[in-house]
Design a protein around this ligand. Sequence first.
Ligand SMILES: [Zn+2]
Ligand SMILES: [Zn+2]
Length: 344
Amino acid sequence: MLRAIMTRPGEIQFQDVPTPAIDEREVLVRIRRIGICGSDIHVYHGAHPYTSYPVIQGHEFSGEVVKVGEQVKSVHVGDLVTAPPQIVCGTCFHCRRGQSHICDHLKVMGFQAPGVAQEFVVFPEDALLKLPSEFTPELGALVEPTSVAVHALRRADLSPGMRVLVLGAGPIGNLVAQVARWRGAAEVIITDINDHRLDVARACGIEHTVNVRQQSLEDDLERIFGPQRADLILECVGSEETANQAIRCARKGSTIVIVGVYGEIPKVDLGLVQDHELHLVGSLMYQREDYVAAIEGLASGAIVSAPLLSRTFPFRQFPDAYRFIETTRAQVMKVMIDLDSVDE
Ligand SMILES: [Zn+2]
Ligand SMILES: [Zn+2]
């Protein structure tokens, strides 16, 4: 079988290796689609702090079950499946408290463990989630980023009727805004500095968009939400600028969830966090129940996915996908890799 291995930043090599064997509780999955996200791009540029090379990328995916071990009961040959990419120890303080997503020994496939940029990957049966029959392979590969959004809103304690501000309209911000709407937010505003991303947000049904380079966020916030502004702010960029925007425009006593990943340590006004009694909450990845909810949201159509898909490349053209992202950065949302016809 073919696998793509990143030998060093920016260099992807294809290797032909034997298809792995499975034991009685394992499942062989033929990978069908892989989504590329911001973290993958950091790895491509050698800018991901927790990844060493060589590495097999790929953590957002769907695949088809092609072989099951004798003891496997929950999935069958032909099923479309996905799985969270977390490999956890199961014994640390957090794992024992049911919070394995913050396991002290967490390894994520595609970063600290081999990812799914391979024709076939073996999974333990209980890692897999079967996708509903109406799912396309593309939809399956969107379960991972949608789960990030579901988890963030769970961390936010979103309740119906809330007014929600989402900073950043990339794929994660977009999905956070959509999940907020799905989960009963009264109104959602999404911001960015990129008009294309705001167009995509509107195409996904998020009606209030603000380009913070052209409009005043404070003014728009009061105009749309009224003087009480937002009940909840989700920061989905990971920059000093948006962290400060969140803190400055937060209503006293409201909640800010940090979803963005920070490459650099931001300088932020913690004085306002203290003086305005803000709740500052972090959100990392997801738990299995977030995957279950994400599948439900995508299956029901509550989460609109088509406008998010920018382009799909065949597996052999994996390096071209990164070049495409590089050259069309402002226009790109989600790029996927198609492994269905590997030999072409
Ligand atoms: Zn990702
Ligand atoms: Zn653990």
